[in-house]
Structure formats: structure tokens, C-alpha cells
Design a protein around this ligand. Structure first.
Ligand SMILES: CCCCCC/C=C/C(=O)SCCNC(=O)CCNC(=O)[C@H](O)C(C)(C)COP(=O)(O)OP(=O)(O)OC[C@H]1O[C@@H](n2cnc3c(N)ncnc32)[C@H](O)[C@@H]1OP(=O)(O)O
Length: 359
């Protein structure tokens, strides 16, 4: 739903009540979005080079180009909401968070050379995503969206990038029964994927090994995907009685065309890294022996580019799609809520957990 004038005014009031200074970069974005939302494209003469403050404000506003007023208003409201929710959730974070070093059980998060790296860290389970890990990934992304890094990277520890949803997640049934479990899972899935849709900085996947399920589908929401030639890309939804998520029902046909998307999403065809690259899901493939060195050298160079420019370019590239992506995400989550209760899905999950089946 689009932000109304009332939402916008309420967001302006919330900015005044922020407990923590959000920093100059965010203040400039707020200023630019406010001007664009109220006055439209930048119409002021460019300040002189030595008028640093006004020049920075002008640059930020001017960079929004012809972004429609309604979109600017929506982005302003979203940005303020992310700032207020971060200050609310800051009470929940563990010691060390105020130093930007939150502790996670299933992730290793580091920040260096302008890059925040979020590494899946359950190598003995092939980095399968447990319920707690979904929450940790969302927290880590929210923190990364506000830290002073310019690029955020997601990667995996060990031989796998990620084996997708931890199939044991569905064994933890709450008192409300399986229907309640399916409902809770659909809400978590929608929030999880929504965090990727809204992520404001360049987001890069460094796919160090095989990727399965949701770890593949969300790649369509990343800005670049670098893969080792050992990586494979597998979305065996039909084998599991499931249906696509991560907005792949929309992004994959757009990226690779409907016929190739069907092979992956309906028939569960596993792609090699080379095939995924040829189909546009992967940006570039590197030999495994030099993968880490080559990718990190490149990312360090990219991280030195002007952060505001990269962030704003991402907005320009992605923002028109945001509303659509959120709608797709809501629909996919609600379809899955039903699928999880189907015999096809329950039998496939039981077969895996009782070791009768593997992909
Ligand atoms: C609830 C909210 C959102 C849900 C969103 C919907 C998401 C959908 C998906 O992601 S669908 C994809 C789900 N993933 C899978 O079906 C993969 C299942 N795993 C396998 O088929 C295999 O483990 C493998 C091919 C990934 C790797 O095989 P192999 O190399 O032979 O290793 P192991 O099987 O021995 O794995 C080691 C250890 O890890 C356990 N494990 C691996 N992946 C998962 C997983 N996804 N869920 C749970 N457990 C997993 C595996 O069972 C082994 O455990 P063990 O040592 O035997 O106890």
C-alpha cells in the first residue's frame, strides 16, 4: 500500500523524535527524499564548490532525478520506519551491539574495508536455515543497512553456500497445531524476504558452493552474484511438495525467461554455475582455486566507490519494482502456508527427516 500524506507527516514527526543521530549520510537521504516528495525534481541552482553543506544537499536531491513524488514519499516513510524500528529493537540486541559487533549463533558477521560480510555458519548442516537463523539474518541485514559499510556480502562457511530451509523447522509444532505453525512460518517468510526487497545498499552474494531452495530464490533480489565453479543452483520445490518463494515466481522469469524459469522452479532442474551465469542469475563464475582471492579483491575495489551514489543508483534501479515485489512476496507466502499442510509436502519432509530421501 502506498504511503499517504498522513503517513508522510507522521514520519516527519518521528524524525524529530529519533533518540540517536542517524548520521550525515542518512540525514542527506531524508532531506533529498523530503524535497523530492514535496517539490519534485531538484529545481535549485547548483551551489558553489566551497559551499560544502548546501552542495551535499543539492547533490543528494539532484541524484533522485525524476523519481515520482509518491515514490519519494513512500521511500521517506520506509526510511524513517527502518530508523525507528532499529532504535526500538536496539533494546533486544545482545552485549556488543553498540560497538556494531552483535553476537549470532548461526552467522559470523564482520565489517572490514567498507564491506559487511554476513556468513552462514552451520557448516555441519550445510548451512540449512533454522528458524533462529532466519531471525539472525534479518537482524544482521538491518544492522548492515545502517552501519557505515558501503557494500554488504552474504556467503557461506564450509563446502556449501546454503542447503535452504532447515527441514526440521517443521517439527517444532506450537500449541496451536500445524495450522498455527504454517501461519507463523508464512509470516516469518514474508518478513525475511521483505528484508531483502528493502535492503538499501548494494547486496552481493558470494556463492562458495552448492545453493538450494530459498538461498537460490532470493538471489534474484541481490545486486550481484559471484559464484565458484563448484556452486550449483537447485530449487527442488515440486520434489518437496512446495512452491516458489523469495519472489522467484516473478524475478526468475524476468531474469531468464519463463521457459528456463519453469525448468528450475517447477521441474527442479539443478543448474551448474556456468548455466546459472548464462541464464543471468549469476554475474560471474570463478575457478574455485582462485575464487575467494579474485572476488574479494574486486569487492574491496568496489567498496571504495562513493557510497551515496551506489545506494541511490540501487534505488533508481530497484524502486519501481518494490511494490510489485512485496505483493509477489505476500502471495507466495500465502500459497506456501497452504502447501505446508498438504500431504505432498508432509510426506516429502518426513521422508527426508527419516533419511529415506535426499535431493
Ligand atoms: C519456514 C520458513 C520459510 C520456508 C521457506 C521455504 C523454503 C524452501 C526451501 O529452501 S526448499 C529446500 C530445502 N532443502 C532441502 O531439501 C535440502 C535437504 N538436504 C539434502 O538433500 C542434502 O542434505 C544435501 C543434498 C543438501 C547435502 O547432501 P550431503 O552432501 O550428502 O550431506 P548430508 O545430507 O549428509 O548433510 C549433512 C547434515 O546436514 C543435514 N542437512 C542438510 N541440509 C539440510 C536441510 N535443508 N534441512 C535439514 N537438515 C539438513 C543432513 O540431514 C545431514 O544431517 P545428519 O548429519 O545426517 O544428521
Amino acid at each position: 500500500m502506498r504511503a499517504s500524506q498522513e503517513d508522510f507527516e507522521s514520519a516527519m514527526n518521528q524524525v524529530k523524535l529519533l533518540k540517536k543521530d542517524p548520521g550525515n549520510e542518512v540525514k542527506l537521504r531524508l532531506y533529498a527524499l523530503y524535497k523530492q516528495a514535496t517539490e519534485g525534481p531538484c529545481n535549485m541552482p547548483k551551489p558553489g564548490v566551497f559551499d560544502f553543506i548546501n552542495k551535499a544537499k543539492w547533490d543528494a536531491w539532484n541524484a533522485l532525478g525524476s523519481l515520482p513524488k509518491e515514490t519519494a514519499r513512500q521511500n521517506y516513510v520506509d526510511l524513517v520506519s527502518s530508523l525507528t524500528s532499529s532504535s526500538e529493537s536496539s533494546t533486544q540486541v545482545k552485549p556488543g551491539a553498540d560497538r556494531g559487533q552483535q553476537e549470532y549463533e548461526n552467522l559470523v558477521v564482520t565489517s572490514e574495508d567498507g564491506i559487511t560480510k554476513i556468513m552462514f555458519n552451520r557448516p555441519t548442516r550445510k548451512n540449512a536455515i533454522s528458524t533462529q537463523m532466519y531471525q539472525e539474518i534479518m537482524l544482521a541485514l538491518k544492522a548492515a543497512s545502517k552501519d557505515d559499510s558501503t557494500i554488504t556480502v552474504v556467503t557461506g562457511n564450509g563446502d556449501y553456500y546454503c542447503s535452504g530451509n532447515d527441514l526440521a523447522n517443521f517439527t517444532d509444532i506450537p500449541p496451536g497445531g500445524v495450522e498455527e505453525k504454517a501461519k507463523q512460518s508464512a509470516i516469518m517468510l514474508r518478513d525475511f524476504v521483505g528484508t531483502f526487497i528493502d535492503f538499501p545498499k548494494p547486496l552481493v552474494a558470494v556463492v562458495n558452493g552448492p545453493a538450494v531452495g530459498i538461498s537460490v530464490t532470493i538471489l534474484g533480489l541481490f545486486d550481484a552474484v559471484y559464484a565458484s565453479d563448484r556452486a550449483t543452483f537447485h530449487t527442488p520445490f515440486s520434489h518437496l511438495g512446495l512452491s516458489p518463494e523469495g519472489c522467484a515466481s516473478y524475478t526468475f522469469p524476468k531474469i531468464m525467461g519463463p521457459a528456463k524459469a519453469t525448468e528450475m522452479l517447477i521441474f527442479g532442474k539443478k543448474l551448474t554455475a556456468g548455466e546459472a551465469c548464462a541464464q543471468g542469475l549469476v554475474t560471474e563464475v570463478f575457478p574455485d582455486s582462485t575464487f575467494q582471492k579474485e572476488v574479494w579483491t574486486r569487492l574491496k575495489a568496489y567498496s571504495k566507490l562513493p557510497p551515496n551514489s551506489m545506494r541511490i543508483s540501487k534505488q533508481v534501479i530497484r524502486n519501481m519494482e518494490k511494490e510489485k515485489l512485496h505483493a509477489v512476496n505476500a502471495e507466495e507466502s500465502s500459497v506456501l502456508q497452504e502447501r505446508w499442510l498438504s500431504d505432498e509436502c508432509i510426506n516429502a519432509t518426513m521422508n527426508f527427516l527419516s533419511k529415506k530421501a535426499k535431493l
